[in-house]
Design a protein around this ligand. Sequence first.
Ligand SMILES: Nc1nc2c(ncn2[C@@H]2O[C@H](COP(=O)(O)OP(=O)(O)O)[C@@H](O)[C@H]2O)c(=O)[nH]1
Ligand SMILES: [Mg+2]
Length: 257
Amino acid sequence: MFETLSNRLSGVFGTLTKAGALSDEDVATALREVRVALLEADVSLPVARDFVKAVQEKALGQAVTKSVTPGQQVVKIVHDELVRVLAGDVRPEGLRIDSPPAPILMVGLQGSGKTTTTAKLAKRLKERDGKRILMASLDTRRPAAMEQLAVLGRQVGVDVLPIVAGQDAVAIARRAKQQATLGGYDVVMLDTAGRLHVDAELMAEVAAVRDATKPHETLLVVDGLTGQDAVNVAEAFDGRVGISGVVLTRMDGDGRG
Ligand SMILES: Nc1nc2c(ncn2[C@@H]2O[C@H](COP(=O)(O)OP(=O)(O)O)[C@@H](O)[C@H]2O)c(=O)[nH]1
Ligand SMILES: [Mg+2]
């Protein structure tokens, strides 16, 4: 996403900085192209519109077209505004993992990267923060899912709750929490089953696990290539289950998203 976007913006800015004196018209044309570049990078229409409006106001306020290097000024305004939008106003807090064992519930659609992210996060908490982690797979739907987490656990050197055949998600979650208390773990990570789409059954199961375990964090894992639909998924999960954070996966992927 960022490569495509930065290529497009470089093109727009190249024209601007070469132009020397700028008319209001030049600025308006450039901003139209900025808007198209944002939309092509799958930025939502309201965000792109607000962005261009904010840049426009700042550009007019600083009487850009009368300055000596108008093109560079517009580029700087766009740059500052991009930084502002991407960074947001709030600094992210750390995970609430004091008062052990702290349950972290991982939720999301099937294939979004929950199991992979569970192992990645466990590795990081172990290595960077020196925490003792227990991971448990609540995915009773896909036969290989529990084994997948067990394999990842061996890879990153993190304990995984032993598999007991026939237990449902809530029973496994209870067993995981109990095991984490007895074993003196700092964090117990609960990797849930996903669905292809948001549906009532999935939400009911995740909500039941939440009620049984009282997670300190509920992290929604979303495939970063989903684009705008990620917002709908996040709203659905937040409305029904309540989420405390979002993890975007496949940011190493190409193109949109
Ligand atoms: N490229 C890439 N692939 C990922 C990433 N996260 C997960 N995957 C892959 O996506 C597939 C589904 O991931 P998985 O963790 O099993 O998803 P789950 O169904 O939500 O548990 C696997 O093949 C993972 O290797 C990521 O950040 N980047
Ligand atoms: Mg999984």
